[in-house]
Design a protein around this ligand. Structure first.
Ligand code: AGP
Length: 617
Protein backbone atom coordinates (compact mmCIF):
# COMPACT_ATOMS: atom_id res chain seq x y z
CA UNK A 1 0.00 0.00 0.00
CA UNK A 2 2.98 2.32 0.27
CA UNK A 3 3.97 4.54 -2.62
CA UNK A 4 7.49 4.04 -3.97
CA UNK A 5 9.40 6.21 -6.47
CA UNK A 6 13.02 5.99 -7.62
CA UNK A 7 14.93 8.10 -10.11
CA UNK A 8 18.44 8.29 -11.50
CA UNK A 9 19.41 10.86 -14.13
CA UNK A 10 22.23 12.93 -15.59
CA UNK A 11 25.33 13.03 -13.40
CA UNK A 12 25.35 16.81 -13.23
CA UNK A 13 23.71 17.38 -9.82
CA UNK A 14 20.41 19.23 -10.12
CA UNK A 15 16.89 19.59 -8.79
CA UNK A 16 15.29 17.09 -11.19
CA UNK A 17 15.73 14.00 -8.99
CA UNK A 18 13.79 15.63 -6.16
CA UNK A 19 11.20 17.09 -8.54
CA UNK A 20 10.59 13.72 -10.24
CA UNK A 21 10.30 11.86 -6.97
CA UNK A 22 8.01 14.38 -5.31
CA UNK A 23 5.82 14.50 -8.42
CA UNK A 24 5.62 10.72 -8.42
CA UNK A 25 4.67 10.59 -4.75
CA UNK A 26 1.93 13.12 -5.42
CA UNK A 27 0.50 10.86 -8.09
CA UNK A 28 0.69 7.87 -5.75
CA UNK A 29 -1.13 9.65 -2.92
CA UNK A 30 -4.22 7.69 -3.73
CA UNK A 31 -2.61 4.55 -2.34
CA UNK A 32 -3.34 5.80 1.12
CA UNK A 33 -0.48 6.72 3.48
CA UNK A 34 0.35 8.41 6.74
CA UNK A 35 3.90 9.71 6.28
CA UNK A 36 6.30 10.56 3.46
CA UNK A 37 10.00 11.03 2.84
CA UNK A 38 12.82 11.30 0.30
CA UNK A 39 16.53 10.56 0.14
CA UNK A 40 18.90 12.13 -2.40
CA UNK A 41 22.38 11.11 -3.57
CA UNK A 42 24.53 14.22 -3.78
CA UNK A 43 28.27 14.68 -4.45
CA UNK A 44 28.66 15.11 -0.69
CA UNK A 45 26.80 11.98 0.36
CA UNK A 46 23.18 11.17 1.17
CA UNK A 47 20.66 13.70 2.41
CA UNK A 48 17.05 12.98 3.40
CA UNK A 49 13.85 14.50 4.75
CA UNK A 50 10.76 12.77 6.08
CA UNK A 51 7.55 13.80 7.86
CA UNK A 52 4.49 12.17 9.33
CA UNK A 53 1.15 13.07 7.79
CA UNK A 54 0.36 14.14 4.26
CA UNK A 55 2.80 15.04 1.53
CA UNK A 56 2.17 18.72 2.23
CA UNK A 57 4.04 18.32 5.51
CA UNK A 58 7.10 17.05 3.66
CA UNK A 59 6.84 19.87 1.12
CA UNK A 60 6.77 22.38 3.97
CA UNK A 61 9.83 20.74 5.49
CA UNK A 62 11.69 20.95 2.18
CA UNK A 63 10.74 24.60 1.90
CA UNK A 64 12.07 25.21 5.38
CA UNK A 65 15.28 23.28 4.79
CA UNK A 66 15.94 22.85 1.05
CA UNK A 67 17.99 19.83 0.06
CA UNK A 68 21.09 20.20 -2.18
CA UNK A 69 21.30 19.27 -5.87
CA UNK A 70 21.40 15.55 -6.52
CA UNK A 71 21.87 12.90 -9.21
CA UNK A 72 19.55 10.19 -7.84
CA UNK A 73 16.62 10.02 -5.45
CA UNK A 74 14.16 7.67 -3.81
CA UNK A 75 10.82 8.67 -2.28
CA UNK A 76 8.15 6.95 -0.21
CA UNK A 77 4.65 7.40 1.12
CA UNK A 78 4.19 5.01 4.04
CA UNK A 79 1.09 3.18 5.27
CA UNK A 80 2.10 2.23 8.79
CA UNK A 81 2.36 -1.45 9.58
CA UNK A 82 5.18 -1.70 12.15
CA UNK A 83 5.63 1.45 14.17
CA UNK A 84 3.28 4.42 14.46
CA UNK A 85 3.11 7.02 11.66
CA UNK A 86 5.75 9.40 13.07
CA UNK A 87 8.68 11.36 11.57
CA UNK A 88 11.05 8.84 13.11
CA UNK A 89 9.28 5.85 11.56
CA UNK A 90 8.79 7.46 8.17
CA UNK A 91 10.96 6.23 5.31
CA UNK A 92 13.70 6.47 4.08
CA UNK A 93 15.72 4.74 6.76
CA UNK A 94 19.48 5.23 6.79
CA UNK A 95 22.28 2.98 7.97
CA UNK A 96 24.30 4.01 11.01
CA UNK A 97 27.09 5.35 8.80
CA UNK A 98 24.53 7.36 6.79
CA UNK A 99 25.90 5.78 3.59
CA UNK A 100 22.82 3.69 2.71
CA UNK A 101 19.19 4.83 2.43
CA UNK A 102 16.31 2.42 1.90
CA UNK A 103 12.54 2.58 1.38
CA UNK A 104 10.18 -0.37 1.67
CA UNK A 105 6.67 -1.50 0.88
CA UNK A 106 5.40 -4.67 2.59
CA UNK A 107 6.04 -6.48 5.86
CA UNK A 108 9.30 -8.14 6.89
CA UNK A 109 8.05 -10.98 9.03
CA UNK A 110 11.43 -11.94 10.55
CA UNK A 111 12.40 -8.40 11.49
CA UNK A 112 12.40 -9.13 15.24
CA UNK A 113 15.19 -11.68 14.85
CA UNK A 114 17.09 -9.37 12.52
CA UNK A 115 16.72 -6.48 14.94
CA UNK A 116 18.06 -8.67 17.74
CA UNK A 117 21.03 -9.72 15.61
CA UNK A 118 21.85 -6.10 14.79
CA UNK A 119 21.43 -4.91 18.36
CA UNK A 120 23.69 -7.69 19.61
CA UNK A 121 26.32 -6.56 17.12
CA UNK A 122 26.18 -3.07 18.55
CA UNK A 123 23.92 -1.38 16.03
CA UNK A 124 21.59 1.19 17.57
CA UNK A 125 18.17 1.12 15.89
CA UNK A 126 16.46 4.49 15.83
CA UNK A 127 12.93 3.55 14.76
CA UNK A 128 10.21 1.01 15.57
CA UNK A 129 9.99 -0.19 12.00
CA UNK A 130 10.81 -3.47 10.31
CA UNK A 131 12.36 -1.55 7.40
CA UNK A 132 15.25 0.00 9.31
CA UNK A 133 16.90 -3.41 9.70
CA UNK A 134 17.36 -3.51 5.92
CA UNK A 135 19.37 -0.27 5.91
CA UNK A 136 21.78 -1.66 8.50
CA UNK A 137 22.01 -5.08 6.84
CA UNK A 138 22.74 -3.47 3.46
CA UNK A 139 25.51 -1.34 4.98
CA UNK A 140 26.97 -4.44 6.58
CA UNK A 141 26.75 -6.48 3.35
CA UNK A 142 28.04 -3.67 1.11
CA UNK A 143 31.43 -4.39 -0.37
CA UNK A 144 31.52 -1.83 -3.17
CA UNK A 145 28.52 -3.21 -5.11
CA UNK A 146 25.00 -2.28 -3.95
CA UNK A 147 23.34 -4.86 -6.21
CA UNK A 148 25.26 -7.72 -4.63
CA UNK A 149 24.52 -6.34 -1.17
CA UNK A 150 20.81 -6.20 -2.04
CA UNK A 151 20.79 -9.79 -3.27
CA UNK A 152 22.53 -10.93 -0.08
CA UNK A 153 20.10 -9.11 2.18
CA UNK A 154 16.94 -9.91 0.20
CA UNK A 155 17.61 -13.62 0.57
CA UNK A 156 17.53 -13.23 4.35
CA UNK A 157 14.16 -11.50 4.47
CA UNK A 158 10.88 -13.32 5.07
CA UNK A 159 7.55 -11.72 4.29
CA UNK A 160 6.69 -9.27 1.53
CA UNK A 161 8.86 -6.47 0.28
CA UNK A 162 9.55 -3.95 -2.42
CA UNK A 163 12.84 -2.29 -1.54
CA UNK A 164 14.71 0.60 -3.14
CA UNK A 165 18.17 1.57 -1.95
CA UNK A 166 20.86 4.12 -2.78
CA UNK A 167 24.46 4.37 -1.58
CA UNK A 168 26.60 7.48 -1.12
CA UNK A 169 29.37 5.79 -3.12
CA UNK A 170 27.12 5.34 -6.17
CA UNK A 171 25.54 8.64 -7.27
CA UNK A 172 24.52 7.09 -10.58
CA UNK A 173 22.69 4.07 -9.19
CA UNK A 174 19.35 3.06 -7.67
CA UNK A 175 18.81 -0.60 -6.79
CA UNK A 176 15.40 -2.21 -6.27
CA UNK A 177 14.01 -5.63 -5.54
CA UNK A 178 10.61 -7.24 -4.91
CA UNK A 179 9.03 -10.23 -3.31
CA UNK A 180 5.21 -10.43 -3.23
CA UNK A 181 4.96 -6.68 -3.59
CA UNK A 182 4.78 -4.49 -6.70
CA UNK A 183 7.65 -2.70 -8.49
CA UNK A 184 7.75 -1.49 -12.09
CA UNK A 185 10.55 0.10 -14.11
CA UNK A 186 10.08 3.26 -16.21
CA UNK A 187 12.48 3.65 -19.14
CA UNK A 188 13.65 7.16 -20.06
CA UNK A 189 16.28 8.79 -22.24
CA UNK A 190 19.40 9.25 -20.11
CA UNK A 191 17.30 8.68 -17.02
CA UNK A 192 15.35 5.79 -15.55
CA UNK A 193 12.55 5.39 -13.02
CA UNK A 194 11.11 2.93 -10.52
CA UNK A 195 7.62 2.95 -9.05
CA UNK A 196 5.17 0.88 -7.03
CA UNK A 197 2.94 1.40 -10.04
CA UNK A 198 3.15 3.21 -13.35
CA UNK A 199 1.45 6.32 -11.94
CA UNK A 200 4.80 7.09 -10.27
CA UNK A 201 6.52 7.92 -13.55
CA UNK A 202 3.76 8.14 -16.16
CA UNK A 203 4.34 11.89 -16.51
CA UNK A 204 7.83 11.16 -17.84
CA UNK A 205 7.64 7.92 -19.78
CA UNK A 206 5.17 5.30 -20.89
CA UNK A 207 7.85 2.73 -21.68
CA UNK A 208 7.88 0.25 -18.82
CA UNK A 209 9.39 -3.06 -17.79
CA UNK A 210 8.03 -5.78 -15.54
CA UNK A 211 10.08 -6.91 -12.56
CA UNK A 212 9.39 -10.49 -11.61
CA UNK A 213 9.31 -12.18 -8.23
CA UNK A 214 12.66 -12.31 -6.39
CA UNK A 215 14.49 -10.17 -8.91
CA UNK A 216 16.90 -7.29 -8.35
CA UNK A 217 17.00 -4.33 -10.72
CA UNK A 218 19.95 -1.94 -11.02
CA UNK A 219 19.25 1.42 -12.60
CA UNK A 220 21.81 3.88 -13.96
CA UNK A 221 20.98 6.82 -16.25
CA UNK A 222 21.79 4.67 -19.28
CA UNK A 223 21.09 1.10 -18.20
CA UNK A 224 18.59 -1.21 -16.52
CA UNK A 225 19.93 -4.58 -15.45
CA UNK A 226 17.86 -7.31 -13.81
CA UNK A 227 19.17 -10.42 -12.05
CA UNK A 228 17.59 -13.03 -9.84
CA UNK A 229 18.64 -13.46 -6.22
CA UNK A 230 21.42 -15.80 -7.38
CA UNK A 231 22.78 -13.17 -9.74
CA UNK A 232 21.59 -14.81 -12.96
CA UNK A 233 20.69 -12.19 -15.61
CA UNK A 234 16.98 -11.90 -16.49
CA UNK A 235 15.65 -10.76 -19.86
CA UNK A 236 12.77 -8.49 -18.84
CA UNK A 237 9.51 -7.94 -20.73
CA UNK A 238 8.96 -4.39 -21.95
CA UNK A 239 5.53 -2.91 -22.43
CA UNK A 240 3.98 0.45 -23.22
CA UNK A 241 1.64 1.97 -20.67
CA UNK A 242 -1.46 3.08 -22.54
CA UNK A 243 -2.57 5.53 -19.88
CA UNK A 244 -1.38 9.10 -20.51
CA UNK A 245 -0.56 11.53 -17.75
CA UNK A 246 -3.80 13.44 -18.15
CA UNK A 247 -5.77 10.24 -17.60
CA UNK A 248 -4.68 10.28 -14.03
CA UNK A 249 -5.73 13.77 -13.45
CA UNK A 250 -9.21 14.80 -12.29
CA UNK A 251 -10.08 16.37 -15.57
CA UNK A 252 -12.18 19.07 -14.06
CA UNK A 253 -14.22 16.88 -11.77
CA UNK A 254 -14.46 17.57 -8.03
CA UNK A 255 -12.87 14.26 -7.16
CA UNK A 256 -11.16 11.34 -8.84
CA UNK A 257 -14.18 9.25 -7.88
CA UNK A 258 -16.57 11.62 -9.65
CA UNK A 259 -14.29 11.62 -12.68
CA UNK A 260 -14.03 7.87 -12.69
CA UNK A 261 -17.82 7.45 -12.42
CA UNK A 262 -18.02 9.58 -15.55
CA UNK A 263 -15.23 7.56 -17.17
CA UNK A 264 -17.44 4.48 -17.07
CA UNK A 265 -18.79 4.64 -20.63
CA UNK A 266 -15.18 4.61 -21.85
CA UNK A 267 -14.17 1.92 -19.36
CA UNK A 268 -16.82 -0.45 -20.68
CA UNK A 269 -16.29 0.50 -24.33
CA UNK A 270 -12.52 0.15 -24.07
CA UNK A 271 -12.84 -3.20 -22.33
CA UNK A 272 -14.94 -4.42 -25.25
CA UNK A 273 -12.56 -2.97 -27.81
CA UNK A 274 -10.60 -5.24 -30.08
CA UNK A 275 -12.16 -8.44 -28.85
CA UNK A 276 -14.24 -9.26 -31.90
CA UNK A 277 -12.92 -10.52 -35.22
CA UNK A 278 -14.39 -9.09 -38.47
CA UNK A 279 -16.91 -11.93 -38.47
CA UNK A 280 -18.10 -10.78 -35.03
CA UNK A 281 -16.69 -13.81 -33.21
CA UNK A 282 -15.07 -13.32 -29.84
CA UNK A 283 -11.26 -13.36 -29.99
CA UNK A 284 -9.72 -13.05 -26.55
CA UNK A 285 -6.09 -13.52 -27.37
CA UNK A 286 -4.95 -12.59 -23.90
CA UNK A 287 -6.68 -15.70 -22.54
CA UNK A 288 -3.94 -18.04 -23.83
CA UNK A 289 -5.30 -21.13 -22.12
CA UNK A 290 -5.47 -24.23 -24.26
CA UNK A 291 -9.00 -24.53 -25.63
CA UNK A 292 -9.06 -28.21 -24.74
CA UNK A 293 -8.43 -27.25 -21.11
CA UNK A 294 -11.30 -24.78 -21.15
CA UNK A 295 -13.63 -27.30 -22.75
CA UNK A 296 -13.17 -29.74 -19.88
CA UNK A 297 -13.69 -27.20 -17.11
CA UNK A 298 -16.52 -28.38 -14.86
CA UNK A 299 -16.46 -25.65 -12.24
CA UNK A 300 -15.51 -21.99 -12.01
CA UNK A 301 -14.52 -20.33 -8.75
CA UNK A 302 -14.21 -16.57 -8.67
CA UNK A 303 -11.84 -15.26 -5.98
CA UNK A 304 -11.78 -11.57 -5.18
CA UNK A 305 -12.32 -9.00 -2.43
CA UNK A 306 -14.71 -6.12 -1.91
CA UNK A 307 -16.12 -4.56 -5.04
CA UNK A 308 -14.25 -7.03 -7.23
CA UNK A 309 -16.07 -9.85 -5.43
CA UNK A 310 -19.43 -8.20 -6.14
CA UNK A 311 -18.44 -7.99 -9.81
CA UNK A 312 -17.82 -11.73 -9.62
CA UNK A 313 -21.24 -12.27 -8.07
CA UNK A 314 -22.92 -10.36 -10.90
CA UNK A 315 -20.98 -12.35 -13.49
CA UNK A 316 -21.94 -15.63 -11.84
CA UNK A 317 -25.57 -15.29 -13.00
CA UNK A 318 -24.54 -14.62 -16.60
CA UNK A 319 -21.81 -17.27 -16.87
CA UNK A 320 -24.02 -19.97 -15.36
CA UNK A 321 -26.88 -19.02 -17.68
CA UNK A 322 -24.73 -18.85 -20.82
CA UNK A 323 -22.26 -21.67 -20.17
CA UNK A 324 -24.14 -24.06 -17.88
CA UNK A 325 -21.05 -24.35 -15.66
CA UNK A 326 -21.45 -23.98 -11.87
CA UNK A 327 -19.84 -20.76 -10.67
CA UNK A 328 -18.86 -20.18 -7.04
CA UNK A 329 -17.83 -16.74 -5.86
CA UNK A 330 -15.54 -16.87 -2.85
CA UNK A 331 -14.00 -14.02 -0.87
CA UNK A 332 -10.31 -14.49 -1.54
CA UNK A 333 -9.33 -14.29 2.13
CA UNK A 334 -11.77 -17.13 2.91
CA UNK A 335 -10.90 -19.31 -0.07
CA UNK A 336 -7.86 -21.27 0.99
CA UNK A 337 -9.00 -21.68 4.57
CA UNK A 338 -12.22 -23.46 3.61
CA UNK A 339 -10.30 -26.35 2.08
CA UNK A 340 -11.90 -25.76 -1.33
CA UNK A 341 -12.49 -28.58 -3.79
CA UNK A 342 -10.17 -27.57 -6.61
CA UNK A 343 -8.56 -29.71 -9.32
CA UNK A 344 -7.44 -29.72 -12.95
CA UNK A 345 -11.02 -29.21 -14.09
CA UNK A 346 -11.49 -26.05 -12.06
CA UNK A 347 -11.06 -22.61 -13.57
CA UNK A 348 -10.27 -20.08 -10.88
CA UNK A 349 -10.94 -16.49 -11.94
CA UNK A 350 -9.09 -13.89 -9.85
CA UNK A 351 -10.71 -10.47 -10.16
CA UNK A 352 -8.68 -7.48 -9.04
CA UNK A 353 -8.37 -3.84 -10.10
CA UNK A 354 -4.89 -3.38 -8.67
CA UNK A 355 -3.61 -6.87 -9.36
CA UNK A 356 -1.79 -6.56 -6.04
CA UNK A 357 -4.41 -7.46 -3.42
CA UNK A 358 -2.51 -9.86 -1.21
CA UNK A 359 -5.58 -11.87 -0.19
CA UNK A 360 -6.38 -12.50 -3.85
CA UNK A 361 -2.76 -13.26 -4.72
CA UNK A 362 -2.60 -15.85 -1.96
CA UNK A 363 -5.83 -17.41 -3.26
CA UNK A 364 -4.28 -17.58 -6.74
CA UNK A 365 -1.25 -19.35 -5.37
CA UNK A 366 -3.38 -21.85 -3.48
CA UNK A 367 -5.50 -22.54 -6.54
CA UNK A 368 -2.45 -23.22 -8.66
CA UNK A 369 -0.96 -25.49 -6.04
CA UNK A 370 -4.21 -27.46 -6.24
CA UNK A 371 -3.84 -27.84 -10.00
CA UNK A 372 -6.49 -25.35 -11.12
CA UNK A 373 -6.13 -23.15 -14.18
CA UNK A 374 -6.08 -19.54 -13.03
CA UNK A 375 -7.28 -16.66 -15.14
CA UNK A 376 -6.88 -13.10 -13.87
CA UNK A 377 -9.27 -10.26 -14.67
CA UNK A 378 -7.10 -7.28 -13.77
CA UNK A 379 -6.89 -3.58 -14.59
CA UNK A 380 -3.27 -2.81 -13.80
CA UNK A 381 -0.70 -3.99 -16.32
CA UNK A 382 2.53 -5.34 -14.93
CA UNK A 383 0.96 -6.21 -11.58
CA UNK A 384 1.65 -9.36 -9.63
CA UNK A 385 -1.61 -11.33 -9.92
CA UNK A 386 -1.55 -11.62 -13.74
CA UNK A 387 2.13 -12.56 -13.58
CA UNK A 388 1.26 -15.44 -11.29
CA UNK A 389 -1.78 -16.59 -13.27
CA UNK A 390 -1.99 -18.89 -16.28
CA UNK A 391 -3.75 -16.21 -18.28
CA UNK A 392 -5.08 -12.70 -18.02
CA UNK A 393 -8.00 -10.78 -19.42
CA UNK A 394 -7.19 -7.14 -18.84
CA UNK A 395 -9.92 -4.63 -18.17
CA UNK A 396 -9.19 -1.34 -19.89
CA UNK A 397 -10.67 1.04 -17.34
CA UNK A 398 -7.55 3.21 -17.20
CA UNK A 399 -6.00 4.27 -13.89
CA UNK A 400 -8.50 4.10 -11.05
CA UNK A 401 -7.18 6.55 -8.49
CA UNK A 402 -10.05 6.92 -6.02
CA UNK A 403 -9.97 4.33 -3.27
CA UNK A 404 -13.64 3.56 -3.93
CA UNK A 405 -13.79 1.40 -7.02
CA UNK A 406 -16.34 2.40 -9.65
CA UNK A 407 -15.24 2.17 -13.29
CA UNK A 408 -13.15 -0.90 -12.52
CA UNK A 409 -16.31 -2.57 -11.21
CA UNK A 410 -18.13 -2.07 -14.50
CA UNK A 411 -15.06 -3.08 -16.47
CA UNK A 412 -14.66 -6.24 -14.38
CA UNK A 413 -18.27 -7.23 -15.05
CA UNK A 414 -17.78 -6.52 -18.75
CA UNK A 415 -14.61 -8.62 -18.89
CA UNK A 416 -16.30 -11.45 -17.00
CA UNK A 417 -19.20 -11.34 -19.47
CA UNK A 418 -16.66 -11.60 -22.30
CA UNK A 419 -15.11 -14.61 -20.59
CA UNK A 420 -18.56 -16.19 -20.22
CA UNK A 421 -19.41 -15.59 -23.86
CA UNK A 422 -16.01 -16.93 -24.91
CA UNK A 423 -16.61 -20.13 -22.94
CA UNK A 424 -20.16 -20.40 -24.34
CA UNK A 425 -18.75 -20.00 -27.87
CA UNK A 426 -16.01 -22.56 -27.19
CA UNK A 427 -18.29 -25.09 -25.57
CA UNK A 428 -21.18 -24.52 -27.94
CA UNK A 429 -23.70 -23.73 -25.19
CA UNK A 430 -24.72 -20.61 -27.11
CA UNK A 431 -25.23 -20.27 -30.84
CA UNK A 432 -23.10 -17.66 -32.63
CA UNK A 433 -26.17 -15.56 -33.34
CA UNK A 434 -27.18 -15.63 -29.67
CA UNK A 435 -23.68 -14.51 -28.69
CA UNK A 436 -23.75 -11.80 -31.34
CA UNK A 437 -27.05 -10.51 -29.92
CA UNK A 438 -25.63 -10.30 -26.40
CA UNK A 439 -22.54 -8.52 -27.74
CA UNK A 440 -24.78 -6.06 -29.53
CA UNK A 441 -26.54 -5.37 -26.22
CA UNK A 442 -23.15 -4.95 -24.52
CA UNK A 443 -21.99 -2.47 -27.15
CA UNK A 444 -25.02 -0.29 -26.38
CA UNK A 445 -24.18 -0.14 -22.68
CA UNK A 446 -21.67 2.77 -22.83
CA UNK A 447 -24.26 5.09 -24.36
CA UNK A 448 -26.84 3.94 -21.84
CA UNK A 449 -24.47 4.61 -18.96
CA UNK A 450 -24.04 8.10 -20.39
CA UNK A 451 -27.81 8.55 -20.31
CA UNK A 452 -27.83 7.65 -16.61
CA UNK A 453 -24.97 10.07 -15.94
CA UNK A 454 -26.76 12.85 -17.82
CA UNK A 455 -29.92 12.32 -15.73
CA UNK A 456 -28.11 12.21 -12.37
CA UNK A 457 -29.44 15.52 -11.03
CA UNK A 458 -32.24 13.96 -8.92
CA UNK A 459 -29.81 11.45 -7.44
CA UNK A 460 -27.44 14.21 -6.39
CA UNK A 461 -30.31 16.19 -4.85
CA UNK A 462 -31.48 13.15 -2.89
CA UNK A 463 -27.93 12.62 -1.60
CA UNK A 464 -27.58 16.19 -0.35
CA UNK A 465 -31.02 15.97 1.27
CA UNK A 466 -30.08 12.75 3.08
CA UNK A 467 -26.52 13.60 4.01
CA UNK A 468 -27.24 13.25 7.75
CA UNK A 469 -29.16 9.96 7.73
CA UNK A 470 -27.66 7.40 10.15
CA UNK A 471 -28.17 4.39 7.90
CA UNK A 472 -29.31 3.29 4.46
CA UNK A 473 -30.50 -0.17 3.37
CA UNK A 474 -30.16 -1.57 -0.15
CA UNK A 475 -32.37 -4.30 -1.59
CA UNK A 476 -31.96 -6.23 -4.81
CA UNK A 477 -32.83 -9.56 -6.31
CA UNK A 478 -31.09 -11.88 -8.80
CA UNK A 479 -28.34 -9.78 -10.47
CA UNK A 480 -29.68 -6.82 -8.47
CA UNK A 481 -28.58 -8.43 -5.19
CA UNK A 482 -24.81 -7.93 -5.68
CA UNK A 483 -25.62 -4.45 -6.97
CA UNK A 484 -27.33 -3.74 -3.63
CA UNK A 485 -24.25 -5.01 -1.80
CA UNK A 486 -21.99 -2.81 -3.91
CA UNK A 487 -24.19 0.25 -3.33
CA UNK A 488 -23.96 -0.35 0.41
CA UNK A 489 -20.19 -0.74 0.25
CA UNK A 490 -19.77 2.57 -1.58
CA UNK A 491 -21.75 4.41 1.08
CA UNK A 492 -19.88 2.71 3.94
CA UNK A 493 -16.41 3.34 2.63
CA UNK A 494 -16.68 6.99 1.59
CA UNK A 495 -19.57 8.48 3.62
CA UNK A 496 -18.91 6.42 6.76
CA UNK A 497 -22.65 5.68 7.02
CA UNK A 498 -23.88 2.28 8.15
CA UNK A 499 -25.30 0.64 5.07
CA UNK A 500 -26.34 -2.89 4.33
CA UNK A 501 -27.30 -4.73 1.15
CA UNK A 502 -29.87 -7.53 1.29
CA UNK A 503 -31.44 -9.97 -1.10
CA UNK A 504 -34.98 -8.58 -1.34
CA UNK A 505 -36.43 -12.02 -0.71
CA UNK A 506 -34.61 -12.08 2.62
CA UNK A 507 -36.62 -9.15 4.02
CA UNK A 508 -39.34 -11.25 5.63
CA UNK A 509 -36.67 -13.52 7.18
CA UNK A 510 -35.46 -10.77 9.50
CA UNK A 511 -34.26 -7.49 7.97
CA UNK A 512 -37.78 -6.05 7.70
CA UNK A 513 -37.55 -5.56 11.47
CA UNK A 514 -35.09 -2.77 10.70
CA UNK A 515 -37.72 -0.74 8.88
CA UNK A 516 -38.96 2.25 10.83
CA UNK A 517 -40.38 5.65 9.96
CA UNK A 518 -38.15 7.49 7.51
CA UNK A 519 -35.61 4.68 7.05
CA UNK A 520 -34.06 5.26 3.58
CA UNK A 521 -34.09 2.11 1.48
CA UNK A 522 -32.74 1.78 -2.07
CA UNK A 523 -34.48 -0.91 -4.09
CA UNK A 524 -33.00 -2.12 -7.38
CA UNK A 525 -35.99 -3.36 -9.36
CA UNK A 526 -35.54 -6.07 -12.02
CA UNK A 527 -36.75 -5.39 -15.54
CA UNK A 528 -40.50 -6.03 -15.99
CA UNK A 529 -39.40 -7.81 -19.19
CA UNK A 530 -37.08 -10.19 -17.34
CA UNK A 531 -37.51 -13.44 -15.42
CA UNK A 532 -41.16 -14.10 -14.69
CA UNK A 533 -42.53 -12.86 -11.35
CA UNK A 534 -39.20 -11.44 -10.10
CA UNK A 535 -40.38 -7.95 -10.93
CA UNK A 536 -43.75 -8.26 -9.18
CA UNK A 537 -42.14 -9.81 -6.10
CA UNK A 538 -39.77 -6.85 -5.72
CA UNK A 539 -42.58 -4.35 -6.28
CA UNK A 540 -44.41 -6.11 -3.42
CA UNK A 541 -41.28 -5.72 -1.28
CA UNK A 542 -41.37 -1.98 -1.93
CA UNK A 543 -45.01 -1.90 -0.90
CA UNK A 544 -44.26 -3.84 2.34
CA UNK A 545 -41.49 -1.52 3.50
CA UNK A 546 -43.30 1.63 2.42
CA UNK A 547 -46.28 0.53 4.52
CA UNK A 548 -43.90 0.43 7.49
CA UNK A 549 -42.63 3.95 6.96
CA UNK A 550 -39.56 3.39 4.80
CA UNK A 551 -38.37 6.19 2.51
CA UNK A 552 -38.11 4.27 -0.75
CA UNK A 553 -35.54 5.21 -3.39
CA UNK A 554 -36.23 3.04 -6.40
CA UNK A 555 -33.89 2.27 -9.29
CA UNK A 556 -36.08 0.97 -12.10
CA UNK A 557 -36.19 0.53 -15.86
CA UNK A 558 -37.54 3.41 -17.90
CA UNK A 559 -41.30 2.97 -18.38
CA UNK A 560 -41.78 0.79 -15.32
CA UNK A 561 -44.83 2.58 -13.90
CA UNK A 562 -45.67 -0.21 -11.43
CA UNK A 563 -43.16 1.21 -8.95
CA UNK A 564 -44.57 4.76 -8.89
CA UNK A 565 -47.27 4.32 -6.20
CA UNK A 566 -44.72 3.07 -3.66
CA UNK A 567 -41.62 5.11 -4.48
CA UNK A 568 -40.63 8.32 -2.74
CA UNK A 569 -37.95 8.75 -5.41
CA UNK A 570 -37.52 6.90 -8.70
CA UNK A 571 -34.26 6.87 -10.65
CA UNK A 572 -34.95 5.41 -14.07
CA UNK A 573 -32.27 3.69 -16.11
CA UNK A 574 -32.53 2.69 -19.78
CA UNK A 575 -33.85 -0.72 -20.68
CA UNK A 576 -31.31 -3.45 -21.40
CA UNK A 577 -31.08 -7.23 -21.21
CA UNK A 578 -31.74 -8.45 -17.65
CA UNK A 579 -28.26 -9.89 -17.16
CA UNK A 580 -26.62 -6.62 -18.25
CA UNK A 581 -28.80 -4.42 -16.02
CA UNK A 582 -26.20 -4.16 -13.20
CA UNK A 583 -23.98 -2.10 -15.50
CA UNK A 584 -26.66 0.61 -15.39
CA UNK A 585 -28.40 0.09 -12.03
CA UNK A 586 -25.21 0.60 -10.00
CA UNK A 587 -24.50 4.06 -11.44
CA UNK A 588 -27.14 5.96 -9.41
CA UNK A 589 -25.85 4.24 -6.27
CA UNK A 590 -22.28 5.31 -7.02
CA UNK A 591 -23.37 8.90 -7.63
CA UNK A 592 -25.49 8.92 -4.46
CA UNK A 593 -22.55 7.82 -2.30
CA UNK A 594 -20.09 10.20 -3.98
CA UNK A 595 -22.44 13.18 -3.69
CA UNK A 596 -23.42 12.44 -0.10
CA UNK A 597 -19.79 12.10 1.02
CA UNK A 598 -18.94 15.39 -0.70
CA UNK A 599 -21.95 17.04 0.96
CA UNK A 600 -20.55 15.89 4.31
CA UNK A 601 -17.23 17.51 3.43
CA UNK A 602 -15.39 14.18 3.51
CA UNK A 603 -12.30 13.19 1.54
CA UNK A 604 -14.06 11.27 -1.21
CA UNK A 605 -10.90 9.99 -2.88
CA UNK A 606 -8.92 8.98 0.20
CA UNK A 607 -11.44 7.84 2.84
CA UNK A 608 -10.20 7.22 6.35
CA UNK A 609 -8.64 3.87 7.29
CA UNK A 610 -8.63 2.65 3.66
CA UNK A 611 -5.98 2.20 0.98
CA UNK A 612 -6.48 1.71 -2.74
CA UNK A 613 -4.58 -1.52 -2.81
CA UNK A 614 -4.42 -3.83 0.20
CA UNK A 615 -1.02 -5.42 -0.33
CA UNK A 616 -0.82 -7.07 3.08
CA UNK A 617 -2.94 -10.00 4.29
C1 AGP B 1 -13.84 -0.99 -3.35
O1 AGP B 1 -14.43 0.30 -3.47
C2 AGP B 1 -12.79 -1.04 -2.26
N1 AGP B 1 -11.79 -0.05 -2.45
C3 AGP B 1 -12.25 -2.44 -2.04
O2 AGP B 1 -13.33 -3.25 -1.64
C4 AGP B 1 -11.57 -3.11 -3.27
O3 AGP B 1 -12.55 -3.42 -4.24
C5 AGP B 1 -10.92 -4.41 -2.80
O4 AGP B 1 -9.92 -4.07 -1.86
C6 AGP B 1 -10.27 -5.20 -3.95
O5 AGP B 1 -9.27 -4.44 -4.56
P1 AGP B 1 -8.67 -4.98 -5.97
O6 AGP B 1 -9.79 -4.93 -6.95
O7 AGP B 1 -7.55 -4.02 -6.31
O8 AGP B 1 -8.18 -6.37 -5.75
Amino acid sequence: MCGIVGYVGPQTPGSRPLEVVMGGLARLEYRGYDSAGVALVTPHGLVSAKKAGKLANLVAELDREPLPAATAAIGHTRWATHGAPTDRNAHPHLSADQRVAVIHNGIIENFVQLRAELTESGVQLLSDTDTEVVAHLLARAYDGDLTTAMRTVARRLHGTFTLLAVHADAPDTVVGTRHDSPLVVGLGEGENFLGSDVAAFIAHTREAMELGQDQVVTLTPSSVEIVDFDGNPIAPKRYTVDWDASAAEKGGFRSFMDKEIHDQPHAVADTLLGRLDPAGRLVLDEIRVDEAVLRQIDKIIVVACGTAAYAGQVAKYAIEHWCRIPVEVELAHEFRYRDPIVNGKTLVVAVSQSGETMDTLMAVRHAREQGATVLAIVNTHGSTIPRESDAVLYTHAGPEVAVASTKAFLAQITAAYLLGLYLAQLRGTKFPDEIAEILDDLREIPDKIQEVLDAAGPVRHAAVEMKDVPSVLFLGRHVGFPVAMEGALKLKEIAYIHAEGFAAGELKHGPIALIEEGQPVFIIVPSPHGRDSLHSKVVSNIQEIRARGARTLVVAEEGDLDVLPFADRVFFVPRTASLLAPLLAVVPLQIFACELAAAKGLDVDQPRNLAKSVTVE
